[in-house]
Design a protein around this ligand. Sequence first.
Ligand code: CUK
Ligand code: CUA
Length: 639
Amino acid sequence: MRKFKNPMLVLFGLALVFTSCGDQKKGNSGALTSNAAEKVYVAPGEHDEFYAFVSGGFSGQLSVYGLPSGRLFKVIPVFSQDAEKAWGYNEETKPMLNTSFGFVPWDDSHHPDISQTNGELDGRYVFINGNNTPRIAKIDLTVFETTEIIEIPNSAGNHSSSFVTENTEYVVAGTRFSVPVPQRDMPINEYKGNFKGALTFISVDPEDGGMDIKFQLMMPGFDYDLSHPGRGKSHGWFFFTTYNSEEASTLLEVNASQNDKDFIAAVNWKKIEEYVNNGGGTKMPSNYAHNVYNEETHTATSTMEKEVLVVNPTDVPGAVFFLPTPKSPHGCDVDPSGEYIVGNGKLSADLTVHSFTKMLEAIEGKKYDGDAYGIPILKFEDVLAGTVSQPGLGPLHTEFDGQGNAYTTFFISSEVVKWKLGTWEVVDRQPCFYSVGHLMIPGGNSRKPFGKYVLAMNKITKDRYLPTGPEVTQSAQLYDISGEKMELLLDFPTVGEPHYAAGIAADIVKERSKKIFDLKENKHEYGITSDADVRVERNGMEVHIYMSMIRSHFNPDNIEGIKVGDKVYFHVTNMEQDYDVPHGVSIIGANTSELLIMPGQTETFVWEPKQPGVWPFYCTDFCSALHQEMQGYVRVSPA
Ligand code: CUK
Ligand code: CUA
């Protein structure tokens, strides 16, 4: 059955026509008015109205921009080593990148989501997924640092992640690839019935934000693509788009899109939580790393966990249902009221919108259309709220402005389409340059979107920027959505591939942002709180240097008595107690990155000198008029 492959090829062909048509682009970009410049202009010294946390895709990081200006403020290292910040290089943060596969200093990050209280963004944390070696990270927005990473066992291509419920009860991770559970050596073509799709519910402690895997729902072997929590009336439910409901072991030869409809899986997590709290579920051996950065000791620890609680959906009647949804749905988006669940069928000409109320009625009336692996399938007509007919080609993702409008991206026809919830009519469309993936309205994942801007994230930019060799930057485009018609305001480059972003009013976050770490509270194992404590300690071939740094010297600055073959630990404390005065340090030949140490913090790097001599080190961050004088020497003698 290859019936549905050809339309896909036709669609991709069309995409090429669209994206390579330079003239078309020039015509459309001419629509910019001088008014647009005014709307994005944030005068020097003024602050932006919104933070946008933009995922880095294959860079594995999260970048922080201001909106509407599009100014880049920071790249927060998450899953990839980052030499600028010594993330994954210094001894304090190396454990953060530990996994059951060992040290994995790279990942592919797609979906940031901001923590919520009562369905509104609270600005405490950003969560983000690592797809490749399945992980979920938590970034603490008081320090803009990654403070926790939990590995997801029994999962692969952790893609329908990391979306949070409306009181941040859970951050949820869904597997893209179904895999043998437990992992074992078996023929791939015995996929059907043997491969499982784990949907992982990670609880978030309301006090300290600590993450823990509460349970894994072990679903049939589909591909779980994206997900969204219910909110408002549908709070307590979670929705997942699926494809390959055929459970084909290859998506090439046996076309996975032969089924006219795949499913959105509706999961009543409150029901499962109750089941689990009453002792339900089975403990299954599973190794996964749980890495926590302690903000008091400024040091991470990595723990290897040994088991997870697994729940079989058929053991909890009434907890999981399938909603038929046409043609390989990708995005799965729930509107701010919680009533509408939008399934963006990549290969469908229409957008399908399900009704939560109708879904409950159908469940109540037990109107099932058979089951798949014991999970009741609801009838398409019974749950359908409406269809947006033929809005564009290749729908991917939808967001909401909180004023009754939805905005959907179309990858192939390269545009954002605005339509009305309830009447399903298209009211506006604007081109994207080019091939848009996700879009983001600040707060668009909550009950209270800030419906002023939409940010579209493009996969391809071709002629939009100065050429930089064969690869050109990806981009984000900002549209004003405060009026009836969308207006393109700005187009700016991004770091890595921006899959998705989360935005929030800056006021909510900036009040909480920490300015310095109190030196007196420094509980780092090798930290010092006064210059009286600086020293060099030798323990066999291991040397520990307790060093301080302050404008504009190191103490000690000249060190002797080191031998080739020693393992030298530099534990360096920044004694400053001023906002925005980090110092940096490294030493010649060290195969680690420099340390960039914040006021009040201690960081450690290890140096194994290979040659006798007198070797200089210096401060790498321009910190004062005497920055260039901030230096020292280490004398290394033969072994
Ligand atoms: S996915 Cu990238 S465009 Cu990973 Cu959210 Cu849809
Ligand atoms: Cu310290 Cu430059």
